[in-house]
Design a protein around this ligand. Structure first.
Ligand code: UGA
Length: 438
């Protein structure tokens, strides 16, 4: 059955979700306060770089199933279901800042006059859904006929479209049969394709998402701690990860050692979970997360220090080339990017940092110059840092690039470069955790 659905918030999550729901056959209106973004999306274009998103936007803005607006009055009583896909950034002290969610429901509530289901997708502290329901009911003409459910999103940037169309699981946190049935209707296509569905209470659904991101962050920090051990003892963390990853209980994914995690999700979601665990007196969890965070921050600092060492003890006045600015390959997103933290630390130590990224466009900022090619970044460099593992960096020709730099030193912060190729071309290639790599 075709439903009328609104998606409030149209950034990475909301834009992809809106396009995905149109692909599932529903009538969809995306809502955002950003006039330019709405204009771009209505033209069938994407304001972000995300593989496969633009063709989907194009197809469904043309088919008439998908459009975008800034006007909540157009969606209020029109939609059978409203999805909330707003950002929940880090607030003071690391707690989640829920102001975007509150602002959206405060705008929507007075316009709702009929029974309505509002479904949250954002990652939130447990208890948020019920607080939003309370808020909606108390300021809407529809009153207690408004219900909130939670359907957390697990999509990954760079795989967002695939993750939306073919999710690996769906989580429906509801407190009524009616809400559950509507969600099952919305996701009828993936459910027919036998995607696992977890039907649970709302608190569990909020916690599931927080736990998923905390576990992923834990895997990364664990392998980075093992990289330190390999470095100290003379082992190879990549082979170690391969070997333990063959055990299905462990799995090889998210065991890539290097600069650690960044982006708009893992760092802020685990910080918010730690804050809430502290508030609830669950110190075992907050202490655990704090050490995951400490390992992660340590990787960035260690890499900057390594670069200073390789530059002879000081980078002051020296040119440093940074390859990669996005927080991971396949995206133009630089939120909490490990590469930029390292670049900032080197700038603070006096370096002249030249940074190149195939997709990320940095706002003009003090401290470093963004250049348009690998060659421009490397020209005259004292040390080269490989900080975001874009596939094209693996294809570089070290022989040719060797003529551009002042000294042939490269630090592979993501352990992805082919060491023999670089070393055979006369480069010193440094990788933390691969002490004995050939
Ligand atoms: C993450 C989760 O993977 C998604 O499941 C979740 O839905 C999303 O957050 C969210 O909460 O919205 P995302 O932030 O897009 O997705 O990126 P990831 O692919 O998880 O990468 C996060 C960071 O970890 C990147 O900086 C990446 O370079 C780093 N990473 C990842 C490693 O350092 N090692 C690894 O083995 C894997």
């Amino acid at each position: 059955m075709t439903l009328q659905v609104s998606v409030i918030g149209t950034n990475y999550l909301g834009a992809t979700h809106a396009a995905g729901l149109a692909e599932f056959g529903h009538q969809v209106i995306g809502v955002d306060i950003d006039v330019d973004r709405v204009k771009t999306l209505n033209a069938g274009q994407s304001h972000i770089f995300e593989v496969g998103l633009e063709p989907l936007l194009e197809r469904h803005t043309a088919s008439g199933r998908l459009r975008f607006t800034t006007d909540y009055a157009e969606i209020a009583d029109w939609a059978d279901v409203h999805f909330l896909a707003l950002g929940t950034p880090s607030g003071p002290g690391g707690a989640a800042d829920l102001s975007q969610l509150y602002a959206a429901v405060d705008t929507l509530a007075p316009l709702l006059t009929k029974p309505t289901l509002v479904v949250g997708k954002s990652t939130v502290p447990v208890g948020t859904a019920m607080a939003l329901e309370e808020r909606l009911r108390s300021s809407s003409p529809a009153g207690n006929a408004i219900e909130v459910a939670w359907n957390p999103e697990f999509l990954r940037e760079a795989y967002a479209v695939e993750g939306t169309l073919r999710p690996d699981r769906l989580v429906f946190g509801t407190h009524s049969r009616h809400a559950l049935e509507l969600l099952e209707e919305i996701y009828a296509i993936p459910i027919t394709d036998r995607v696992p569905v977890i039907r649970c209470d709302i608190a569990t659904s909020e916690l599931i998402k927080a736990a998923a991101n905390a576990f992923l962050a834990t895997k990364i920090s664990f392998i980075n701690a093992m990289a330190q051990m390999c470095q100290a003892a003379g082992g190879d963390v990549v082979l170690l990860a391969d070997a333990i990853g063959y055990d299905e209980r462990i799995g090889r994914e998210f065991l890539n050692a290097g600069l650690g995690f960044g982006g708009g999700c893992l760092p802020k979601d685990i910080a918010a979970l730690a804050v809430q665990a502290e508030q609830l007196g669950v110190d075992v969890l907050s202490d655990f997360i704090r050490s995951v965070e400490a390992i992660n921050a340590g990787q960035r600092t260690e890499l900057a220090e390594l670069a200073i060492d390789q530059a002879g003890g000081s980078v002051a006045g020296k040119r440093i080339a940074v390859l990669g600015a996005a927080f991971k390959p396949g995206t133009d997103d630089t939120r909490n990017s490990p590469a930029l933290t390292v670049a900032d630390q080197l700038h603070a130590a006096g370096a002249d940092v030249r940074i190149y990224d195939p997709q990320a466009r940095l706002a003009p900022r003090e401290g470093f110059t963004q250049v348009a090619s690998v060659e421009q970044a490397l020209l005259g460099a004292e040390v080269v840092l490989h900080l975001t593992e874009w596939p094209e960096f693996r294809q570089l020709d070290p022989e040719r690039l060797g003529d551009l730099v002042r000294s042939r030193v490269i630090i592979d912060g993501r352990l992805k470069l082919h060491a023999p190729t670089w070393r055979n071309a006369g480069w010193k290639l440094v990788q933390i955790g691969r002490a004995n790599s050939l």
